[in-house]
Ligand binder design. Structure first.
Ligand code: F6R
Length: 609
């Protein structure tokens, strides 16, 4: 994944594609590349690092053409390197493609192609698509793409050129954004609007299943069965800054709304609820390795640490492995008891956090096995860990972590079920049930967003308060901590997260009608306990905002304000119950006029101790 740009028309396509990629730099990337057809040959330039490296490469080895596709890559399968950078070709260099998304069944497709004698040059999932298109190619690129897409499972935005048909670009979309720009005597392709705004404001937003064929003068849209699709051309009025945020006011809001997709991308191709199967390719631990684990330490900082606190419940309840969770800066100086029977689970969005990296190195020096959950391929943590489970969230630009957190929860949930499968500590039926619960979460989050207005109303009502108390129990206690952290970070309001049952041992003294309480009281085995803790607070004059399950008919008796989330199993519920808390923190900060995406004193990646 990251940015795609394509051009066909009368101008120099290379300049237009490079300029478009430049406009997508804000999304983050680790390498880039471009392909053209010139003199009936494909020509490709790729470079790691910033776009200026690609430009220098092109200056040394000039390129010019009326047709081109380009890409900036944020690594998902395979480290950032020139070999893994897009565009990718088939072995005969007839077909060249750029791709955003994840191909779920690429491993089995690659195996099949390798058995047929095909050689691969990269570690990417994308390269299999180029091979397959070539395999299906007779004399029509569109048909070859249609046939290929019948074999592919997963998400994709694709741009494709064939050297034998230098007058067309074919592109296709499934669960990844892809836009066609309509010009006069020229047409464009891009993953995101900002890439095209300098050239055209007339855009077609491709829908899932659409395959478009672009020539300089025509745009034809079909599906895999070659049925023609009619799509409206929209005139986009946004300026470039609005377009970068896809019309959202802030990156943080955009990233909150991206979560149904980023969660699905994280579990895509890794869980099979109907079969009760988890397949995390990156975990190479055998059944014997897993059975010999004496205990787990999850080590992380900040929001990532809170995902670890949830994981403790999962590792202990699903995999039946004793688990401790440590703040990395504490872990590294407390002389924990470590040996080769200990599994260390490191959680980090950036993969560069100094304390987390130091904790990893300490554990490694004591012969522990290191499994990292990380969002950035090729980061220090991902390079030094023994096993890495990537969260496929894409770059997170807002400083306050949102989609990376739910990605971490998703990954840790899958890892714990993988360990449970291999240890046989849960029955097949239980595993199926828990996987199904995860599978349903993206749709449930989408349903929850219909109530964003309610959260906004709550935010407006309470934004003038200076202290908040967040309460939760069991798996939702870490979510109370995370909710409080989000509010502190972006609105500078003092907020404390507390285990609801612990409130009466101290913080209850703080309660008055000026300190709202946010209580997570979703259906679970501790539901009644949380409700009685809420009663204790209300008896002392507290105003309570409850996060409740949709089916809870009595919620409005317990809270002054109720925000409902769809029902789900308690172990998966943190992924859902954190969403209203992210939104609440966001809206409070907006009401107060705070700089949501760049809160004061905070850095996205803390690379100093
Ligand atoms: C909070 C936040 C931080 C990070 C922490 C760890 O919104 O983003 O608390 O979670 O600095 O960062 P990573 O996950 O990159 O190691």
């Amino acid at each position: 994944m990251c940015g795609i740009v394509g051009y066909i028309g009368g101008k120099n396509a290379v300049d237009i594609v490079l300029n478009g990629l430049k406009k997508l730099e804000y999304r983050g990337y680790d390498s880039s590349g471009i392909a053209v057809v010139k003199d009936e040959q494909l020509q490709i330039r790729r470079s790691i690092g910033k776009l200026k490296n690609l430009k220098e490469n092109i200056e040394k080895n000039p390129l010019e053409s009326n047709i081109s596709i380009g890409h900036t890559r944020w690594a998902t399968h395979g480290k950032p390197s020139e070999e893994n950078a897009h565009p990718h070709t088939d072995p005969t260099k007839s077909i060249v493609i750029v791709h955003n998304g994840i191909i779920e069944n690429y491993a089995e497709l690659k195996l099949r192609l390798e058995k047929e004698g095909k050689e691969f040059k990269s570690e990417t999932d994308t390269e299999v698509i180029a091979h397959l298109i070539k395999k299906h190619y007779k004399d029509n690129l569109l048909n070859a793409v249609q046939e290929t897409l019948k074999e592919i499972k997963g998400s994709y935005a694709l741009g494709i050129i064939c050297k034998d048909e230098p007058n067309k670009i074919v592109c296709a979309r499934q669960n990844a954004s892809l836009i066609v720009g309509a010009g006069k005597g020229e047409n464009f392709l891009a993953s995101d609007i900002p890439a095209l705004l300098s050239y055209t404001r007339n855009m077609i937003f491709l829908e899932n299943g659409d395959i478009a064929e672009l020539t300089a003068n025509e745009i034809t849209i079909t599906d895999i069965e070659n049925n023609v699709k009619k799509r409206e051309i929209k005139n986009i009025k946004w300026d470039c800054v609005q377009a970068e945020k896809e019309g959202y006011k802030h990156f943080m809001l955009k990233e909150i709304y991206e979560q149904p997709r980023t969660i699905e991308d994280t579990f895509r191709g890794r869980i099979y609820p109907d079969e009760g199967r988890v397949y995390i390719e990156e975990i190479k631990l055998s059944k014997e390795d897993i059975k010999s684990i004496s205990n787990i330490y999850v080590v992380a900082c900040g929001t990532a640490y809170y995902s670890g606190l949830v994981a403790k419940f999962l590792f202990e309840n699903f995999a039946k492995i004793p688990t401790e969770v440590d703040i990395a800066s504490e872990f590294r100086y407390r002389e924990p008891i470590l040996n080769d029977k200990v599994l260390i689970v490191i959680v980090s969005q950036s993969g560069e956090t100094a304390d987390t990296l130091a904790a990893l190195r300490l554990a490694k020096s004591k012969d522990c096995t290191i499994l990292a959950v990380c969002n950035v391929v090729g980061s220090s943590i991902s390079r030094e860990a023994d096993h890495v489970v990537y969260t496929h969230c894409g770059p997170e630009i807002g400083v306050a972590s949102t989609k990376a957190f739910t990605g971490q929860l998703t990954a840790l949930y899958m890892v714990s079920l993988d360990l449970a499968c291999k240890k046989e500590s849960l029955s097949k039926e239980e595993i199926k049930k828990y996987l199904k619960e995860l599978w349903e979460i993206p749709v449930k989050i989408g349903d929850f967003f219909k109530q964003s207005e309610t959260v906004y109303e709550v935010a407006k009502r309470f934004a003038n308060k200076r202290d908040f108390l967040y309460l939760g129990r069991h798996v939702n206690y870490p979510i109370a901590l995370e909710g409080a952290l989000k509010l502190k970070e972006i609105s500078y309001i003092h907020a404390e997260g507390y285990a609801a049952g612990e409130m009466k041992h101290g913080p209850i003294a703080l309660i008055d009608d000026d300190m709202p309480i946010i209580a997570i009281a979703v259906k679970s085995k501790v539901y009644e306990k949380v409700i009685s803790n809420i009663g204790e607070a209300k008896a002392r004059g507290a105003t309570v905002i409850i996060i409740a399950s949709e089916s809870d008919k009595t919620a409005s008796n317990n809270g002054d304000n109720v925000i409902y989330v769809p029902d789900c199993d308690e172990f998966v519920s943190p992924i859902l119950s954190v969403i209203p808390l992210q939104l609440l923190a966001y809206y409070v900060a907006v009401v107060l006029g705070c700089d949501v995406d760049q809160p004061r004193n905070l850095a996205k990646s803390v690379t100093v101790e």
